[in-house]
Design a protein around this ligand. Sequence first.
Ligand code: GUN
Ligand code: FE
Length: 423
Amino acid sequence: MILKGTFLHTPTLGELEVRENAFLVSEGETIVGLYDTLPPEYAGQPVEDWGDALIVPAFTDLHIHAPQIINRGIGYDKELLPWLETYTFPAEARFADPAFADRAWKAFLNHLWAVGTLRFAAFATIHKEAAWRLMELTEASGLRGLIGKVNMDRNSPDDLREDTDASLADTEELICRSREALRRTGFILTPRFVPSTTARLMDGLGQLGEKYDLPIQSHLSENPSEVAWVAQLHPDIPTYTQVYEHFGLLRQDKTIMAHAIHLSDGEKALLRDKGVMLAHCALSNTNLSSGIMPLRQDLEQGLRCCVASDVAGGHTANLSRSITATVQASKLNWLNHPDQAPLSLTEAFYLATRGAGSFLGQVGAFLPGFAMDALVLRPSALDALVERTPFERLEQFLYDGDDRNIAARYCAGALIPQPFPQL
Ligand code: GUN
Ligand code: FE
C-alpha cells in the first residue's frame, strides 16, 4: 500500500519530523519506508492520495478501563477510594449481565476507533465471560488490544469479590482460551491494585505470569490514602512498589503501572531496573485530586513513561485531551519545581504514540519495520480559515480536535471501518 500526504511523527522524544507531499510505502502489516519521491520499483502502483491532509501515527492507550466508559465525567467530587466505592464498583458490577456487557463493549470499541486509539491495554471486569466477550469483539474489530480479566478478592463489595482459587482458575482458563482461539488479541494479567488482592492471589498471578510469560498491568501509588493503606496491609514490605516485586508482579519490560505519583527514589530505581512502563494519567490525576506526577524528572531518570487516558478517572478516551493535559500538568508542576521543565506538545505526542507503542513492539512512528498504523486528519471549517504550518495544524487538532477531524484510520496495514456500525 502507498499513502500520500503530509506526514508528522516523532521518531524520538522531542523530535518532530514533518514530510510534506511524501509517500508512505508498506507491505502487509509493516512500513517499508517514507519517501519524498516514490522509489522506481513502486512506479505504476496505486497511490492513496490524501492531498494536503495530515497523516500521523494512530494513538496507543496503555491504561483504560473498558467498563468505565459508561461513567465518563461522573463523580469527580470524591478522591480515589470513595470514588471507587461510590461510582466505579457499581458500574463494573453491571457487567455480570452478558447482554449489557456485549452492548457496552461494542460501544467502547466504536468509541476508541472514533477517537483514533487503535491499540490499547484495557482492564475488563472480574467477570470471566464478559472479559472473554471483550477479547472476541476486539479480535473482530480490527483494533489491537491486550485485555485483562480483573482480579479482586479482598476489600471489595460482595458482588465484585472473588474466591481466590476461582479467580486464579478463571484467569488461567482465559489465558488458554485466548491462545487457542485468537490471533491478534492478547491476555494481560490484571490484579486491580494491592488493596483488592490478597497475598495468595498476587502470588498465584505472579506464577501464572512466569508459566505463560505474560504482561501485567495494575495501579501504583496514585493517592496518599491508598499508599498508607498498602503500608498497613503489608507492614513487612517497605514500599508499595516492593509489594508487587515480592509477588513476582514486576515482570521485566512487561509491566504497566498506572499513575506512579507518590514514589521514593528507591522505588523509582526499582521501576527503572525492571523496565516498568509508567502510564501517566493527567486527566484522572486532576479529576480525582490524586497529585501531579513528576514526569520530566522521571524521564530524566530513565524511567519508561507513556500518556494514557485512565477512563473513567479520565473523563475522555480521546488521547488528544490527555496529551494536552500532560503539557498543562507539567507546567503547573514547573511552577513549584523550577528545575523540572514543562513538557513540549511534541514530547507529549511522542508519549501517546511511539512511547506507548514501544510496549507493544515497533509501533507508533513512520519508520521502516514499524507497524503501518496511521490517522488521516482533515482541517475543520474553522481551521481552514487561516494558512497554517503542518505543526500548527497538529497543535490545533491536539488541543481542540475530535473524531470529526479523522477521515481514515489504518491499523497494521489495513483501512479500519467502524467496528460495529449496527449498534
Ligand atoms: N485503583 C484501583 N482501581 C482503580 C480504578 O478503577 N481507577 C483508578 N484511577 N485507580 C484505581
Ligand atoms: Fe486506572
